[in-house]
Design a protein around this ligand. Structure first.
Ligand code: GLC
Length: 550
């Protein structure tokens, strides 16, 4: 099946989108880092899994301070990943497999190695080159204090001082993340024009949409006020629009302009916002008519494994999103959060009951795939892969580790290169060391633990009880059943019940058992799928089932 680019049906309303963390997906050339060749070779696997589209984390030329979220050139591919021609070919081949392609757009900040930032440093205070960023003199008698008390997401102050024209200490620049990621000033016309052009550049090359990084953060209060609560990085402590850099109203104009660009292209080009905002009500603003079409529902991801919390996350998000005509967009894992099996299996002392966590994560997958709207699957989630909690300190690459003064270990534990085969020097992530020794082959950029073998694709592919088989089955059913994807959801369980029971369409029900004991099933014609074997017809704790109803 090929994807007709001119088909303008809103495919994104109930799409299943697979997140490719390209650095860790598949290494085609044996340098220890994933790449476009590795990805191109695995498109068949992704098509067989039954997903509709790929979101690919930043593939642009970058010093990789934050694994590509520090872009040095938005129109070039990171040389470790391939070339622009490889990317064009990947887009075409993915379309041949019926898979759409959504790259990551990083508009809040660029890399300190970007030509604009280098020009800003060279041009000095008051220059138009500096006006593309947020440069300010410091406070204190000698400007030695940062301009505000804002903190960076990775730790430490959100400002770094640069040299003045005389070689002494000069102005400070704003970076909400790493110092290697200077924020651009979205009030600057050149910034707006540049990103509009970048959006067009990739639409012209056939991409089907963009994931918008830090969508809540682009606009800043030009008065740069101090924060009463410097720990509030999302705006939770202030009314809408009053936080100096989180979730300000002005961001919406930017998205309206991108939406106009997208709508001018043939086919249905979409956006998904990464907006960490304090409530679904605020999230709905990003997907109101004429803005971005979809936004990740992080409330669902953040909900604990408890029936009331999950049900509320489902009801409240769908309520607000449907109120503005947008579909829900479910997500349980990504490259920034602890993998679901480890989250759901975490004991109070911090250790993980892996078996329990994997059971819950499998049940959560069936729950998510039965909800109305679209959903995301993060690479490795289809394998039930747990977090790697014990990476050695000297292996850690997330800037959070250094910036927090070694108090926060960061996100590397969910970014370890995928195990494709139970054997082989890198579990099949790269060519086997024997095969690539002559090419100066390197081990994977993050070390893989021995237990990755159990979760390897080639092990799970042949196992009827594996998470990979479960998800494949779920996605096949999801495609075949009219009841799934978009449409109404009717609760059959009461709000306080320990099991979630809901109906989709006339003929389908999903039951998720969040209690400590097995629960009986409602009358049904057939058990379509179950995340754990039924026990004498009853659903065991921490399991989910899909039922065909009479
Ligand atoms: C987003 C990305 C994260 C990155 C940050 C800065 O939150 O998902 O990985 O570090 O933005 O770009």
């Amino acid at each position: 099946m090929t994807t007709p680019p001119e088909d303008d049906a809103p495919w994104w309303r109930d799409a299943v989108i697979y997140q490719v963390y390209i650095r860790s997906f598949a290494d085609g050339d044996g340098d220890g880092v994933g790449d476009l060749t590795g990805l191109a070779d695995r498109l068949g696997y992704l098509a067989d899994l039954g997903v509709d589209a790929l979101w690919i984390n930043p593939w642009y030329a970058s010093p990789q301070v934050d694994n590509g979220y520090d872009v040095a050139d938005y129109r070039a591919i990171e040389p470790a990943y391939g070339t622009l021609a490889d990317a064009e070919q990947l887009i075409a081949r993915a379309h041949e497999h019926g898979l759409r392609v959504i790259p990551d757009l990083v508009p809040n900040h660029l890399s300190a190695a970007h030509a604009w930032f280098r020009a800003a440093l060279a041009a000095g205070p008051g220059s138009p080159e500096r006006a593309r960023f947020v440069f300010r003199p410091g406070r204190g008698p000698h400007g030695e204090e940062p301009p505000t008390n804002w903190r960076a997401h990775f730790g430490g102050p959100a400002w770094t001082r640069v040299e003045g024209p005389d070689g002494g200490p000069g102005e400070w620049y704003l970076h909400l993340f790493d110092p290697g990621q200077p924020d651009v000033d979205w009030r600057n016309d050149e910034v707006r024009a540049e990103f509009e052009d970048v959006v067009r550049f990739w639409f012209d090359r056939g991409v089907d949409g963009f994931r918008v990084d830090v969508a809540h953060g682009l606009a800043k209060d030009p008065a740069l006020p101090d924060l009463a609560d410097p720990a509030d990085l999302t705006g939770a402590s202030l009314p809408v629009g009053e936080h100096p850099f989180a979730d300000r109203d002005e961001v919406q104009e930017i998205y309206e302009s991108w939406r106009r660009i997208a709508d001018g292209y043939p086919g249905a080009r979409m956006f998904v916002a990464e907006a960490w905002v304090p409530s679904p009500e605020r999230l709905a603003r990003y997907v109101s008519p004429g803005r971005l079409q979809t936004a990740f529902n992080f409330d669902f991801l953040l909900a604990p494994w408890e029936p009331a919390a999950l049900r509320e996350a489902i009801d409240v998000t769908t309520g607000y999103l449907h109120g503005v005509g947008a579909p829900a967009t479910w997500v349980l894992e990504n490259h920034d959060v602890v993998r679901a099996p480890s989250r759901y299996g975490r004991r109070p002392d911090g250790s993980v009951d892996v078996a329990l966590g994997v059971r819950r994560a499998r049940a959560a997958l069936l729950l998510m795939a039965a909800l109305p709207g679209g959903m995301y699957v993060y690479q490795g989630q289809e394998l039930g892969l747990p977090q790697v909690d014990d990476l050695p300190d000297d292996a850690l690459r997330d800037p959070t580790w250094e910036r927090s003064g070694h108090t926060e270990r960061g996100r590397d534990g969910c970014r370890v290169p995928l195990p494709w085969t139970a054997r082989g020097s890198s579990f099949g992530f790269g060519p086997d060391s024997g095969e690539h020794a002559d090419r100066g082959g390197s081990p994977p950029w993050l070390p893989q633990p021995e237990w990755f073998a159990e979760y390897a694709v080639d092990v799970e592919a042949d196992d009827a009880g594996s998470t990979l088989t479960l998800l494949r089955g779920a996605l096949t059913r999801r495609r075949a059943l009219d009841a799934l994807g978009e449409g109404p959801l009717t609760w059959e369980s009461a709000p306080g019940d320990p099991a979630l029971v809901f109906r989709r369409g006339p003929g389908f029900a999903c039951v998720v058992n969040l209690s400590g004991t097995a629960v009986g099933l409602p009358a049904h014609e057939e058990v379509l799928l179950v995340s754990d074997p039924l026990d004498d017809g009853a659903l065991p704790p921490d399991a989910a089932v899909w039922l065909a109803l009479r």
